[in-house]
Design a protein around this ligand. Structure first.
Ligand SMILES: *[C@@H]1O[C@H](CO)[C@@H](O)[C@H](O)[C@H]1NC(C)=O
Ligand SMILES: *[C@@H]1O[C@H](CO)[C@@H](O)[C@H](O)[C@H]1NC(C)=O
Ligand SMILES: *[C@@H]1O[C@H](CO)[C@@H](O)[C@H](O)[C@H]1NC(C)=O
Ligand SMILES: *[C@@H]1O[C@H](CO)[C@@H](O)[C@H](O)[C@H]1NC(C)=O
Ligand SMILES: *[C@@H]1O[C@H](CO)[C@@H](O)[C@H](O)[C@H]1NC(C)=O
Ligand SMILES: *[C@@H]1O[C@H](CO)[C@@H](O)[C@H](O)[C@H]1NC(C)=O
Ligand SMILES: *[C@@H]1O[C@H](CO)[C@@H](O)[C@H](O)[C@H]1NC(C)=O
Ligand SMILES: *[C@@H]1O[C@H](CO)[C@@H](O)[C@H](O)[C@H]1NC(C)=O
Ligand SMILES: *[C@@H]1O[C@H](CO)[C@@H](O)[C@H](O)[C@H]1NC(C)=O
Ligand SMILES: *[C@@H]1O[C@H](CO)[C@@H](O)[C@H](O)[C@H]1NC(C)=O
Length: 881
């Protein structure tokens, strides 16, 4: 089915003639013919759709016409807009926020520039890269489609020059779709195949046949034969998919009466996910002794059925969740049941691949502010599209903060030497996250505004070489003096030099006096420059104290390096053994009255580790509530020890794997909380430690539980110091535990935080299923394979740990958790989420579970199968059949 990938790619070379049928409403359509002269419009005669000029949606680019020899029936490609200037040029189109759209962009080169050189360029949709457009034939068009819910009340579609020719675009079409159609659990949908099976006319059908203006491609296969009816196929109000009657009135059935109807495809890559929509209607009036019923089989497993198509009535069969395949292919078979006298049929098929557009648009307040700044000063830069995203295309002179999930924020603005005139724009105060602001070497006039001092994160403010006058806000001077702001104001001839201005001094006194007073009357006499510095210094020192107060002062204040004899005392001469790992034994001890775990590292394990102390020392400073605190260590000759805070409930492994001997099964909610805790610990190691710490040995036994069952990650940062207890992998090259080991790391030896994400995914799967990472039966089965194959069945209950009582978990929460775990173990590290994304997802998962608890068991009843059909004859809502 490889050739089907070209589906939709090569449309326009020979777009078939389409006859008009009775008119249907197109009032919600947005149909833009790019390059059409301003204010002009026309009606495409084949479809009756009205197209308007793109002039109102973009400021840049030039209108061009394709060469006359290529002008065919389709008028929307006659003109186009090309973008010889600027890296990124963007359309901005108002839409209804929260609504689902079929977005279609059309490209037809038609040798418009007379150069017969086919360009290659990128298209961005908002903050995300949509795709690369590669023209392959002067006379063949290219269509990109996406079913997407844009997050804002406008979309930005950008043409991006990647140095391989001039970008251009012929048409942009937006078609609203009902919310209830094409629902995904994540991501948007890119068409992979949309076919009118058994077509007799060999025409493409779209609007007005199709109310949503989907384009249906005729499809016939040599082992299939056509069936058809001249009657209308109804698609009543409750089947929102509404495939056109003309498409539904033809169907295919196997030529060989007893054979099954098969189709299959191979995923573009291992992580591709698909949604399928099969449309059925009986087109033959069956005799009393005839019947047609069949089962739907996916990759050899029963997927749905037995199913009997209704006469002249459309039913749509689809999966609520993305299909996944373990065998690297998706093979559907419609197999007739034993008592069916007729072979299976199918009328239309749609297959979509999931496209994740994960990058958020820049914070909309920031966008509004920077857009106003752009127009206030008439900034002459290629400032188009989203200011911060995609990151590589952020606006020149802007830098933003990115965390991969939340909306990026503008954190620096450099408009130095940009010929700015007039006052400093108040819109700058809306950029509240600014750390760096450079407006130097312009002709700005007026005062240095107060609002700059409200930018609480500002670290650098450069207003040099302007025409500013008046005095400097006291707060800015204060911050400059305290060292928290680098303030540059030189070469503003009319600016009042800071301290000497009377108004400023008054303000300064007002600020200083209360501070002094609050410290104590004794210091009032110290007023003056030296005093100010001293006081501020003093306050900052106190703040410093406060920070360390938050940590465990008792343990913190103790010398962290213990002698061997101290270790003996702490552990009361190794009295109580807590456990034993690959590195050695663990004993209970007490430091300052607090219980600790003393890990004695066995001699064999530490051979050759010279850097013990230098590796361990920094870990003592790592503090997070989901990381076990390293209290101290011992490094005395052959005696190496690590002292950790004591975790009353031991490791997670014993709670999950050995739970047969354990009457207390961890609840679903408890498991999600533990997963969330652990994820937060890892997130901290990856994102907040400098340099980032990669754990390298994330697994159940390295997650410990305290007396409140709060989870903390253990042994972080140690994989380079002591071998992990992974048996055969005790080399410094590849460390880790079989089953948890990132296959990519194993292959490439390149260590990234994504390796931990992989291992975490395995931990999550173990938490969900209660099964070990490697299931040792007749053949060893890896948990990720197992989960994958079970997901294909679509029954969540068979995935979740059978020891959990059925009512104990919310199905949506379980699905979400399974999904998170599956993305974590994606083969390609790029497709794995970051730990911070995992944290967000797990929070959602927990929220879903908690919400369900609140609603009690009322919502439980409806959902045991993931596959639904919509059948117009049976009621108003999707139902499992
Ligand atoms: C397009 O229409 C607008 C509003 O009627 C008008 O102001 C503008 O001049 C027109 N542009 C052209 C090129 O005719
Ligand atoms: C679709 O859903 C969004 C968000 O849930 C909502 O704002 C919008 O009004 C819905 N559209 C329709 C047509 O129901
Ligand atoms: C371009 O497409 C046309 C029409 O489909 C075809 O006849 C021609 O051979 C193609 N040219 C190339 C270079 O592939
Ligand atoms: C028809 O299909 C059946 C089942 O697949 C097969 O056994 C049989 O040989 C086929 N007949 C022909 C003529 O191909
Ligand atoms: C079904 O009934 C028709 C008459 O209505 C008859 O000609 C045909 O042979 C029957 N077929 C079977 C399989 O019984
Ligand atoms: C065919 O068999 C299925 C069970 O396999 C049964 O549910 C169905 O009613 C039967 N249909 C007919 C027409 O006998
Ligand atoms: C700000 O822009 C100016 C001129 O474009 C440049 O010289 C300067 O290095 C920039 N500053 C930073 C921090 O990028
Ligand atoms: C933005 O970040 C880049 C790379 O870190 C740096 O070179 C540049 O100076 C920054 N620009 C501003 C305006 O801060
Ligand atoms: C100041 O800006 C002007 C253009 O406005 C530029 O020619 C000059 O080089 C800039 N000076 C410095 C020091 O950046
Ligand atoms: C500052 O300059 C502006 C015009 O640039 C002028 O209107 C204003 O009076 C000046 N203010 C002071 C305090 O000099």
């Amino acid at each position: 089915m490889g050739r089907f990938k070209q589906f939709i790619a090569e449309l326009l070379g020979a777009l078939a003639l389409i006859l008009l049928v009775h008119a249907q409403d197109q009032s919600d359509f947005i149909s833009i013919d790019c390059g059409l002269p301003e204010n002009s419009s026309y009606t495409e005669w084949q479809t009756g759709v009205d197209y308007i000029s793109d002039a109102g949606f973009i400021d840049s680019g030039i209108n061009r016409q394709i060469s006359t020899e290529f002008k065919g029936d389709l008028q929307q490609v006659w003109s186009l807009r090309s973008f010889p200037e600027g890296i990124r040029n963007c359309y901005s189109i108002k839409i209804t926020q929260g609504s689902k759209y079929l977005i279609r962009a059309t490209f037809f080169y038609g040798n418009y520039d007379g150069e017969s050189k086919l360009p290659v360029f990128d298209v961005h949709l908002g903050a995300n890269i949509w795709d690369t457009i590669k023209m392959t034939n002067v006379s063949v068009g290219f269509v990109k489609e996406l079913i997407h819910v844009p997050p804002l009340n406008y979309i930005q579609l950008c043409l991006v020059n990647t140095q391989r020719g001039t970008p251009f675009i012929s048409a942009i079409e937006l078609r609203p779709l009902p919310n209830s159609t094409y629902v995904t659990t994540d991501g948007s949908l890119e068409p992979f195949w949309r076919v009118d099976v058994g077509s007799e006319s060999n025409l493409q059908y779209r609007y007005k046949y199709d109310v949503y203006d989907r384009i249906w491609w005729p499809y016939n296969y040599e082992e299939w034969t056509g069936l058809s009816t001249s009657l209308t196929i109804e698609s009543g109000s409750s089947n929102a998919y509404r495939p056109p009657s003309v498409v539904m009135s033809t169907a295919a059935t196997p030529i060989n009466d007893s054979a099954s109807l098969n189709f299959n495809w191979e995923p573009e890559d291992a992580t591709s996910k698909y949604y399928i929509y099969m449309h059925f209607a009986e087109v033959v009036k069956l005799k009393a002794n005839q019947s047609r019923s069949f089962n739907v089989i996916l990759n050899g497993e029963h997927w749905y059925g037995p199913y009997v198509p209704d006469y002249l009535w459309t039913s749509t069969l689809y999966s609520k969740y993305a299909l996944t395949s373990t065998g690297g292919q998706y093979a559907f078979s419609l197999v007739k049941t034993e008592n069916s006298t007729l072979p299976p049929i199918i009328n239309a098929i749609e297959i979509y691949s999931v496209k994740n557009l994960l990058q958020s648009e820049t914070d909309q307040e920031d966008v509004g502010a920077i857009t106003k700044i752009k127009s206030t000063y008439g900034v002459k830069r290629n400032w188009q599209g989203d200011p911060c995203a995609p990151q590589a295309y952020s606006w020149e002179g802007l830098n933003c903060s990115y965390d991969g999930y939340n909306a990026p924020r503008v954190i620096s603005l450099n408009l130095s030497s940009s010929e700015l005139t007039g006052a400093i724009s108040a819109d700058i105060s809306t950029l509240v996250m600014l750390k760096y602001l450079d407006l130097s070497n312009n002709s700005l006039t007026g005062l240095v505004p107060e609002f700059l001092s409200q930018l609480q994160y500002l670290e650098v403010l450069n207003l040099e070489r302007n025409q500013l006058n008046g005095s400097i806000p006291a707060e800015l001077i204060k911050r400059s003096n305290s060292g928290s702001l680098l303030l540059s104001l030189g070469q503003n001839p009319n600016l009042c030099p800071s301290i000497s201005c009377t108004t400023e001094q008054k303000k300064k006194k007002n600020i200083i006096v209360p501070i002094v007073a609050s410290i104590g009357g004794l210091f009032i006499l110290l007023l003056g420059a030296a005093g100010i510095f001293w006081i501020f210094k003093r306050i900052r020192e106190q703040e410093g104290d406060k920070v360390s107060n938050l940590q465990n002062v008792q343990l913190e204040s103790k010398n962290r390096q213990f002698t061997y004899s101290e270790i003996q005392m702490i552990s009361n001469n190794f009295e109580k053994l807590l456990g034993e790992g690959g590195f050695g034994k663990v004993y209970l001890g007490y430091v300052d009255g607090n219980p600790v775990a003393v890990k004695m590292i066995s001699q064999s394990a530490v051979e050759g580790y010279q850097q013990f102390q230098s590796e361990v020392e920094p870990l003592i400073r790592v503090h997070h509530r989901n990381l076990t605190i390293l209290v101290g260590y011992c490094n005395e000759g052959p005696n190496l020890a690590l002292i950790y805070e004591y975790m009353a409930n031991g490791d997670l492994h014993s709670h999950i794997s050995d739970a047969e001997n354990n009457s207390n099964i961890l609840s679903w909610e408890g498991r999600i909380r533990i997963a969330l805790d652990s994820a937060q610990g890892l997130e901290y190691l990856h994102d907040d430690c400098n340099p980032p710490i990669i754990h390298r040995d994330v697994k159940l036994s390295n997650i410990l539980l305290n007396e409140k069952f709060q989870a903390k990650i253990a042994d972080f940062g140690l994989s380079r110091v002591i071998p992990t207890d992974g048996g055969s992998y005790v080399t410094t090259v590849v460390a880790g535990t079989p089953g948890y080991l990132d296959p990519e790391y194993f292959r490439s030896n390149k260590l990234t935080p994504k390796s931990d994400v992989y291992s975490f995914g395995i931990v999550l799967m173990e938490l969900i299923t209660g099964r070990p990472a490697i299931m040792r039966s007749s053949e060893n089965v890896h948990i990720s394979q197992w989960v994958n194959s079970m997901v294909a069945h679509g029954d969540i209950r068979s995935i979740v740990d059978p020891r959990l009582p059925n009512g104990d978990f919310d199905l949506n929460s379980a699905w979400k958790a399974v999904e998170v775990s599956m993305t974590c173990v994606s083969e390609n590290p790029l497709n794995r989420p970051t730990m911070s994304q995992v944290v967000i997802d797990l929070k959602e998962c927990l929220a879903t579970e908690l919400a369900q608890r609140r609603e009690d068991s009322v919502t439980e009843s409806n959902d045991s199968s993931s596959i639904f059909t919509i059948n117009v004859t049976t009621g108003t809502s999707p139902s499992a059949r």
